[in-house]
Unconditional design. Structure first.
Length: 136
């Protein structure tokens, strides 16, 4: 079964390009959101396996805020795909414990490897958490 992705990107041409590239790599894109608020709604409705998140978005909520809520409330891994690599943005993003951070523009192989590693790491983290909960 294909890994389900949610793309969060406020520039529609870029969002469609990411969707197309992800689908060519064998992933199923379950939605595209252009704001943090829409990302939360689609995460709740579509239950993706991973979220590809831009940082600067339309609306009141930026990608970092949305990622923090997605991690806390849905336990879904987030990978940042952004043009922003300044120190302040990177420091804020790190606090959300992302599963990856790719600077745009990026290559398909970068996208593929970060998704695969993020999914694997999340699966291993969940397994470790389950084992901890079983120990009396």
């Amino acid at each position: 079964m294909a890994i389900k992705l949610l793309v969060v990107e406020d520039e529609s041409i870029v969002a469609l390009d990411i969707k197309h590239r992800a689908e060519l790599l064998g992933y199923k894109v379950v939605g595209i959101a252009s704001s943090g608020e829409e990302a939360l709604k689609l995460t709740r409705e579509k239950k993706p396996d991973i979220v590809l998140m831009d940082i600067v978005l339309k609306g009141e909520m930026d990608g970092i805020e949305a990622a923090e809520i997605i991690k806390r409330e849905y336990d879904i891994p987030v990978v940042y795909l952004t043009a922003h690599s300044d120190k302040e943005t990177l420091e804020r993003a790190k606090l959300t414990e992302p599963f990856g951070y790719i600077i745009k523009p990026f290559e398909d192989r970068e996208l593929h490897s970060v998704i695969e590693v993020a999914i694997y790491k999340h699966m291993m983290d969940s397994k470790t958490q389950d084992e901890r909960e079983k120990v009396p």
